[in-house]
Design a protein around this ligand. Structure first.
Ligand SMILES: [Zn+2]
Length: 312
């Protein structure tokens, strides 16, 4: 028997892909990854018991975390991070909406009090929210207006499903998938709109609340290409933080499980700007790691890295 939360996805015909506890998907290479998505309850159960899927992926490793691609099923998911003692994504979400002219009280009830009134959402392991919305044609819509720091609109990127478990912490699904609200038109319009170009701010005109936070300050100021290139270089040095944010554990000796082969003894060493796997006999920089993890191109990898690290 599958956990009830996971069963809901299976019942909706949603294909899932398994994820190792270090955050890497259970297959490698774009084609293999596509094949590893499954809607077969027995296969999902076999993965959970460590018996592997029908392609032999993850044999010997119990898989307790699965992801799906929202746009493939006409959903979009708004991911609101909440980190204990750090910034509160929910506050950022409301602040961002307010900037777009929507006060909290003008929102539909299910957005005002998510816990009580939303009919379909996932509580993430750190207490954040994945809000599910129905959005026909989500695949063809360009979502240009990136909500805010620690709030992300997930459309074509795989999202961890309710019922998943990572490092002993659970993602819980509340409500039912078929009851997800349609994405409110006003929200759709806002998300589609390109962030208006703001005038470069002088230091004095930046509100003091923004000055404190580097990411808000850079977000508010349009960035020149040289600045972006500089940041791209700078982010390379953050490979360790990036890997940790992606759920990988790094030992005191700077070793970790390699996400690119079926690794049971940490065989990858994290250096200042690269990670080197002694088994794969290959070295990866932060963007190469991202491209491989997400099987995406360089441009998407840059976006993924900056979003994960919380830059501009
Ligand atoms: Zn390796």
């Amino acid at each position: 028997m599958l956990p009830e939360d996971i069963q809901q996805y299976i019942d909706k015909g949603i294909k899932l892909i398994g994820v190792y506890s270090n955050g890497a998907v259970i297959a490698r290479g774009k084609e293999e990854i596509e094949k590893a998505y499954t809607n077969d309850a027995e296969e999902v159960e076999a993965l959970m018991h460590g018996n592997g899927d029908k392609h032999g992926n993850a044999k010997g490793t119990r898989i307790s975390c699965f992801r799906f691609v929202p746009a493939d099923y006409e959903y979009i998911v708004i991911d609101i991070d909440r980190h204990e003692g750090k910034e509160d994504g929910l506050e950022n979400f409301y602040t961002w909406l307010k900037k777009q002219g929507l006060s909290r009280s003008s929102l539909p009830m299910y957005l005002r009090n998510i816990d009580e009134n939303n009919q379909c959402y996932v509580r993430t392991k750190r207490g954040g929210y994945h809000l599910y919305f129905k959005c026909p044609n989500a695949k063809n819509i360009k979502f240009e207006n990136n909500p805010a720091d620690s709030v992300e609109c997930l459309v074509t990127k795989p999202v961890t499903i309710g019922g998943s478990c990572m490092n002993g912490q659970k993602y819980r699904l509340f409500g039912r998938l078929e009851n997800a609200h349609a994405l409110p038109k006003i929200l759709l319009e806002i998300l589609r709109k390109k962030e208006p170009k703001t005038k470069p701010m002088t230091k004095q005109s930046v509100p003091s609340s923004l000055q404190k936070s580097r990411q808000s300050a850079t977000y508010a100021t349009p960035m020149k290409r040289e600045e972006r290139d500089r940041l791209k270089k700078e982010m390379k040095k953050e490979i360790r933080r990036y890997l940790e944010l992606k759920g990988m554990e790094i030992t005191r000796q700077s070793m970790m499980l390699c996400p690119f082969h079926d690794d049971h003894n940490p065989s990858a060493h994290v250096y200042e700007e690269t990670v080197y796997c002694f088994t794969c006999n290959k070295s990866f920089d932060i963007y190469e790691v991202s491209m491989k993890l997400n099987s995406c191109d360089f441009k998407t990898a840059v976006d993924d890295v900056r979003q994960t690290l919380g830059y501009w």
